[in-house]
Design a protein around this ligand. Structure first.
Ligand code: FES
Length: 166
């Protein structure tokens, strides 16, 4: 039985129609797969290669080029929290917020809490310097934050992540 469901395959097909070649839909397809599985499993690489007329090695090359994607051995948590550490945010306490969240969650950037609720990451400028210091949760930017408000936000997300299962 294939790993990629019919609706996911259809969503990928929809992307292929936007580009001159099927292969050009690779990146958006990888995003869709990671969104669904919280990682890009090995079977998905093979099925996606088949779908886009690529060799699995080509899919893997693209996948490993970008730090954004995760393999099955290191899946994302329910919420991916990116803390900005570029200059404007750093000057306003972004690094301290990142350190504090590492301490609070007992993980390092790039890791996921044991309950699978939160993956913590550092980010370069999120393009929202007016909110400095800020962080991004999935697609939503939050700021300006203090260590306390960042902790509150992450605690709220963690509860939601645990409640809804991962
Ligand atoms: S430096 Fe943090 S959003 Fe630009």
């Amino acid at each position: 039985m294939p790993l990629l469901s019919e609706d996911l395959r259809q969503a990928i097909e929809d992307y292929t129609r936007r580009y001159a070649t099927r292969q050009a839909a690779l990146l958006p397809a990888l995003h869709l797969i990671q969104e669904r599985f919280r990682c890009v499993p090995r079977e998905a690489i093979e099925e996606l290669a088949d779908l886009l007329d690529l060799h699995p090695a080509q899919v893997h090359d693209t996948l490993s080029f970008y730090g954004f994607f995760r393999d099955a051995g290191n899946p994302l948590g329910r919420f991916r929290v990116w803390v900005c550490r570029s200059l404007p945010c750093m000057l306003r306490g972004g690094e301290e917020i990142l350190d504090d969240l590492c301490h609070y969650l007992n993980i390092q950037p790039g890791q996921t809490t044991a309950d699978g609720a939160i993956t913590l990451e550092f980010a370069e400028c999120l393009g929202a310097c007016e909110l400095a210091p800020c962080l991004l949760v999935n697609d939503e930017c939050h700021g300006p934050l203090t260590q306390e408000s960042a902790r509150q936000l992450v605690a709220q997300l963690r509860r939601a992540g645990v409640q809804h299962g991962v």
